[in-house]
Design a protein around this ligand. Structure first.
Ligand SMILES: [Zn+2]
Ligand SMILES: [Zn+2]
Length: 310
């Protein structure tokens, strides 16, 4: 193993994409700096904010919470509250909720847990493999709804999600492949806050950090548990895009960074060229649950009806 570019210690990582190696201490400092830079550059956190941090029990969200507490923990004008969703997947979710509780206790952060069972009267274990759409699609739509609800319940004005550089590169590629211009235009470190007052804007503090480096950081600092849901199905688009990007990156270091930075430029151009006023469905309230959506009945309520009628 090589030595750290900044000191004489043994390196824990060699970054092909920037041609340097870092020891544990300098790597950890660098991760913290990267996250601070992302937050500052996009103005993700402001004085007076209450930030709900979505915890999955996995490494990304655990690192995100630890870092947000390190950066803002001493600030009296910024509050951090953790929220977690129990989808009713046993014992996988019980374990990760346990890990989330432990982490919050260590970091002295309040944790609110919302269960699918309590909010929608269903468990993912009971409905998995029954729908026409993939399990992750069902679960993702419901989880998104519940995270938004929980954020409002803890009076948060922002919701931090553990979306990393790899996730962003994959999402950009997928929007290209699907030709989804509106979604492409809305990508970035912070979601639009002006779409509807009931949508809590989402921020992505880990946006410039690679998945592998978050995994390394989480190992070095003993954060997060393995996050592998038993209901994941093979053959969906995202895993294919993910492995394609990993192959490209191995051959051409820096590819993921380029996709994300070009994606941001493109997103701005697309954003300007869309006639949002006339082309986009107006956000209204779902007639069943009252959550904001662009149809009479929101996607989540449509899914819940499909599930229940089976
Ligand atoms: Zn060093
Ligand atoms: Zn609804």
């Amino acid at each position: 193993m090589s030595t750290c570019t900044k000191c004489d210690e043994e390196a824990v990582i060699t970054r092909e994409y920037e041609g340097r190696s870092l020891c544990e201490k300098h790597f950890s400092i660098d991760i913290n700096k990267k996250i601070k830079r992302t937050i500052r550059k996009h103005n993700l956190v402001e004085s007076g904010d209450t930030i709900a941090v979505g915890l999955s029990g996995g490494k990304d969200s655990a690192v995100m919470l630890e870092q947000l507490v390190e950066i803002f923990g001493e600030r009296p004008d910024v509050e951090i509250v953790a929220i977690a969703v129990h989808e009713g997947i046993d014992p996988y979710r019980d374990e990760s909720i346990g890990a989330a509780e432990e982490l919050c206790e260590q970091l002295d952060v309040r944790l609110e847990v919302g269960r699918y069972e309590d909010y929608y009267d269903l468990k993912m274990d009971d409905v998995a493999d029954t729908g026409e759409l993939g399990n992750c699609t069902y679960c993702g739509i419901i989880r998104r709804d519940l995270l938004n609800k929980l954020s409002r319940e803890v009076d948060a004005n922002k919701l931090a999600i553990g979306h990393n550089l790899d996730d962003e590169a994959q999402a950009i590629m997928m929007n290209h492949l699907k030709g989804n211009m509106q979604k492409l235009a809305r990508m970035g470190a912070m979601s639009d806050s002006d779409t509807h007052e009931m949508f809590v804007p989402r921020i992505k503090p880990l946006l410039d950090v690679r998945e592998k480096e978050i995994a390394l950081y989480s190992r070095l600092h003993d954060l997060g548990v393995i996050d592998r849901c038993p209901h994941v199905q093979e053959g969906s688009l995202r895993p294919m895009v993910k492995s394609f990007l990993n192959k490209l990156e191995a051959q051409m270091p820096g590819t993921k960074n380029k996709i994300v930075s070009h994606g941001r430029d493109l997103s701005d151009i697309v954003d300007e060229s869309i006639d949002w006023e006339n082309n986009v469905d107006e956000i209204q309230e779902c007639e069943r649950c009252g959550e904001p959506c662009s149809n009479d009945v929101c996607r989540k309520c449509q899914l819940l009806e499909d599930i229940r009628s089976d």
